[in-house]
Design a binder for this molecule. Structure first.
Ligand SMILES: Nc1ncnc2c1ncn2[C@@H]1O[C@H](COP(=O)(O)OP(=O)(O)OP(=O)(O)O)[C@@H](O)[C@H]1O
Ligand SMILES: [Mg+2]
Length: 393
């Protein structure tokens, strides 16, 4: 994947002359030390991250950790004190006003928490607003606005005024306005945080649906870890202006790396977060004959008979494997078996589980790529260390 947005060593100090603060930070000082020594507030302290094209990149952290400052720097609503912001490889920090205006109108769209709609304009005119600024002709503006309003499910409301809409609908108008500009980067700062829970869930699903067809690069800011897990392909966690952890949702919950991050992960529903691939182990060869090989968990138990292309032909019971090992005879095959894709969440793996049958992980071609132990899955869901010998304590 190509890198759409790359941030290198970005600093923001809210001060006319940040030189001394930057010195303190460069020599290892933190936000508190700068405030104690100079009375200046640090918004960002050396943030580096890179957002691949098409990512749903979540920025998460407690209040005051610097999330909005980061979003505003990318758009240069906040002037960075030091560092680089590369859009498709071009640094936008040195751009002059005119060039910057162009970037804001064509490359980056923002959606805020409290989205300000023009109260006297109709919904459709609000959506057209960004296009008008870009000098798009009136008929083309109207066509585009109608299109995105139907994308967000508001076609029927195009000629109403904002006060006739609910909060959730108004937020959708904000989203439509951002989508209308065709900018490939969408920055959403707590865009759903003010919505009540049901509408919020609906908007999250809507965004996921939109993303699957529009394939924008989204930088989504939230203080809600559950939201970050649900929407994110990657999550960056901020604290005191620093980026303290970055990775995929599964990797962050698996290895938080600090108490600050671990605190967010405690209430996570692990059965719905972790997938089969994250728990599976390498299949061990349990028996080999001229008709194929039987593989399974290293600890034993039932296994799978594989053909020459490592595709699953069926399962073999524990007793059959023992018998085959003792006699060298081919084990009897049972056609019933349970196989799932690597991306299957553990909660769904559990639904497929059948006592006495092994659980395999297969690729699109039906090739076995891993085996799942029940004890390992339970340990992962319970956030306990995985049993090494495959047997539950
Ligand atoms: N214009 C400003 N002038 C001075 N300090 C500011 C300014 N904007 C933000 N800050 C400070 O920068 C730090 C980061 O603020 P920011 O708004 O980025 O946090 P946030 O993570 O978005 O928090 P929240 O979750 O509450 O929105 C805070 O200490 C804040 O007080
Ligand atoms: Mg904020």
């Amino acid at each position: 994947m190509t890198e759409r947005l790359k941030i290198e060593n970005l600093y923001k100090v809210f001060a006319k002359d940040p030189a001394r603060a930057l010195q303190i930070l460069a020599s290892g000082g933190d936000k508190n030390q700068v405030f104690e020594k100079l009375g200046q507030v640090v918004g960002l302290n050396g943030v580096s991250l890179s957002v691949p094209s098409g990512a749903m990149y979540m920025v998460m952290g407690l209040s005051g950790s610097g999330k909005s400052t980061l979003a505003r720097c990318i758009n240069r609503l906040n002037e960075p004190s030091a560092g680089r912001i590369l859009l498709d490889g071009q640094d936008i920090v040195p751009l002059d006003e005119a060039a910057l205006r162009h970037v804001r109108r064509t490359r980056i769209s923002m959606v805020f928490q409290h989205f300000a709609l023009l109260p006297n304009k109709r919904v459709i005119e609000n959506v057209e607003f960004g296009l008008k600024l870009r000098g798009v002709s009136a008929p083309e503006r109207r066509r585009r606005a109608e299109e995105v309003l139907s994308v967000v499910g508001l076609a029927r409301w195009a000629y109403h005024r904002p006060h006739e809409l609910s909060g959730g609908m108004r937020q959708r108008v904000g989203l439509a306005r951002a989508l209308a500009t065709d900018a490939d980067i969408l920055i959403m700062d707590e865009a759903f945080s003010a919505l009540d829970p049901l509408i919020r869930t609906e908007m999250q699903d809507e965004l996921l649906r939109l993303q699957s067809t529009l394939n924008k690069t989204v930088l989504f800011i939230t203080h809600d870890f559950q939201e970050a897990l649900k929407l994110g392909t990657r999550i960056a966690i901020m604290s005191e202006g620093r980026l303290v952890r970055e990775g995929t949702p599964q990797s962050i919950v698996l290895e938080p790396g600090s108490e600050y991050v671990a605190a967010f992960t405690r209430e996570v529903d692990r059965a719905r977060l972790f997938d089969a691939r994250s728990v599976m182990s390498e299949p061990a060869t349990l028996w080999r004959g001229k008709d194929g090989i039987v593989v399974g968990e290293a600890a034993g138990g039932p296994g799978f008979l594989l053909d020459g292309q490592e595709r699953v032909m069926g399962s073999v019971s524990d007793a059959q494997i023992v018998h085959a090992r003792q006699t060298g005879e081919a084990p009897a095959l049972e056609p019933e078996h349970v196989c799932v894709a690597g991306s299957t969440k553990l909660v769904d793996v559990a639904r497929h589980y059948r006592p006495g049958l092994p659980i395999g992980v297969v690729d699109e071609g039906g090739k076995l790529v891993g085996v799942l132990g029940v004890a390992q899955m339970l340990a992962r869901i319970a956030n306990a260390p995985a049993p090494q010998d495959g047997s539950a304590p």
